[in-house]
Design a protein around this ligand. Sequence first.
Ligand code: HT7
Ligand code: ZN
Length: 855
Amino acid sequence: PAVIRRSDYRVPDWLVPDVTLDFDLDPALTTVRAKLAVARNGGHDRPLRLDGDGLVPLEVKVDGRSLTQAEWHLEAGALILPLPGAAHEVETLVELAPERNSKLMGLYASGGLLCTQCEAEGFRRITFFPDRPDILSRYSVRMAADKACFPILLANGDPVEQGDGEDGRHWAIWNDPYPKPCYLFALVAGDLSCNRDRFVTMSGRDVQLGIWVKDADLPRTTHAMEALKNSMAWDERVYGREYDLNVFNIVAVADFNFGAMENKGLNIFNSRYILADPDTATDIDYDGVEGVVAHEYFHNWSGNRVTCRDWFQLSLKEGFTVFRDQNFSADMGSHAVKRIEDVRILRAGQFPEDSGPLAHPVRPESYMEISNFYTATIYNKGAELIRMMALMLGPERFHAGTDLYFDRHDGQAATCEDFVRAMEDGGNIDLTQFRLWYEQAGTPRVRALLSHDAATGRVNLVLSQIIPPTPGQPEKRPMAIPIRVALFDRESRANHGDETLMLTRSEQRFTFQNVATAPVLSINRGFSAPVIVDTNRSQADLAFLSAHDDDPFARYEAMQQLMVNVLVGQIGGQPVDESAVVDAVRQTLIDPALDSAFVAEAIRLPSEAYLGDQMPIVDPDAIHDARDALQHRIGAELEPLWRDMHARLRANSFSLSPAAKGARKLRNAALHYLVASGAADGPLTAFEQFDSADNMTERQAALGILANGESPERIAAVDIFYNRYCADALTLDKWFQTQAFALHPDTVDLVEKLGRHKDFTLNNPNRVRALYGAFSGNQWAFHHRSGKGYRLVADCILALDPINPQTAARLVPPLGRWKRFDAQRAALMQAQLQRILSQPGLSKDVMEQVRKSLD
Ligand code: HT7
Ligand code: ZN
């Protein structure tokens, strides 16, 4: 497959100011008639090229005249039309079979609905079109369909007209007045019910809101609707951005390759990010709904009004929009806990990507398949870049920068460079060196060495940075890294003052005066930069910070580091005293100033995968054993506290208040440690929670805890859960996921069995992710020394690739981490990658990921 390079960007040869689409919809055979007003862009004589993927032109007309086959040709699926003159109307007719579209890109059928997914390059599967984001067009869309099967017809923009046709069919016309790239095109046809509401914008316009779902799911849409209205108000209050159309619709579909899609005025969602009720959704699910609804809504400005010039600029919209949704969620709940969660996600997903064969810059230089670049680097690291700029500028100058960005580029297809320039001009700052964050892949390592001179009262902090080599980038230049630090007095526990240091050279010395006694260093407070920090802090200093740091992230981090040092020390044969961890957990539990959600985060042991990331070569078995033993010790030594807490935090009735959510989180943590203590009544207590819970947060947590062990209660809970929820797809996903994620020696065999379960299907991406996605994130099970885990995932990739290559390709990265494991495991992983590569007819999606993973 061809490699697309950022440096090859050229302005479009032809523009398409207006598009009229006419859909005659039917799951088996849909026809699409497209009329494009095309205009030559500049003085050239190149033909019009309309991308197509799997399309056959049944008719091609120019200015109303049908062309003969000699007047056009197809080139790699694209329709090539040599055209004279400056402007024409080009008309094409194609046929589609949505019910046979298992890739879920373009127009497809899902649960009786017809819907579209066009980002990144799905529009070319619907009609011939220059499928690139810098072509902005006004769309008018007519849809006709059988009225009984598809009573609701939705598209982008505002509804214009509707009526009944012959043979039980009906039709509707929608117009979108805002020029948009074709990746934002959408339509939905189906038998849907609507949760209707309204929002009055800051300028007093009334916007009709609709969340469209299957009728039975209507009661599960209230949280999404609240989230939508809160998002609309937040974007007005924080960014001064108002919604622009008269209607805003959201549709939930069961089969979706991603979380959701921000189509102009018609967001389409994976139902897991819309539907929520206490019986089936956990608090994490509720937060997911709120965050994704906000994310897609915020795209209306950061993505739709200002879009991307080309796909290399993807982080322009995704990084910025993740930053916006993270801050929104923090404002809706707890800033401290949200930051901890976001950093955990970054470290679990992005850091491994940045240190492996698929590492790429936030603004990549090349790709084979753009769908493979919807990554944690583009999204989450991209958000960290915006966060660093916000920190360096301060809130007022940052918002001067974003105002300038929106004003300058409204209605345009922009670049990451445009965003940085708006920050520079609006915020009055020089970001020349900072731009390297967009260019250089790899997680910087910052080393911090603190020394104190009692005679002079001077503290020296020497910071140095190393950016590891990544594919195609053997040498790196020093970056501009904002590091927030504070120095604490050991005696008084006073903070000598928060400062943001700019590390811009390979090594730099920072001096602090008038510090009488050797202080304790708090560093990368708030996770001010997405870097790995190595310090010479003792376990005693970390214990001090875990009890007294006034920055919640740094306090959490000190606790994590304390635990990492003990576990990595033990695994490496250099035992470190565990009692400091037990004491720190005890201190945290009894600190009355801390809220429950923070406590639950702070006392959680680092994941097995995170521990693996701290080691030169990952030893999954040793990591599991050491972590299990420490968990047992914390459980056993503090057993009365866990017991008391678990009993005390039982709620009378369900609520989504931050306090109630925090209490559930901590109660689950207490149950976890109580069972880990080995107490004889542990499994029964877990089963009792499973059985009596009035919410999924406690029920699923109890199921997960039981699934890790061996008990009659485990078998009972797994069966009860299945029987209760087997008719509800989203909840049944949890059944698959919880078992695939179990820290149990037989998980690998169980996953093999579950892959043959009657409810398992490769046609639904949520189900695939629930089983194989969860399993490949379970380090101990996936890296079973037999290599069976690798074979299972490779089998799944091979079977899924012809059905849904995008989803198949997303299962490849865990196999590509072979360099991080011992020679035997590495060879087994490589063998599976080779086996995949030898499959004839492999998709471009999987091929790109596998080839890179073998390098
Ligand atoms: N912008 C959306 C991306 C997306 C997507 C990408 C590839 C394949 C399918 C997809 N569905 C949605 C999601 C977002 O970031 O908001
Ligand atoms: Zn997005």
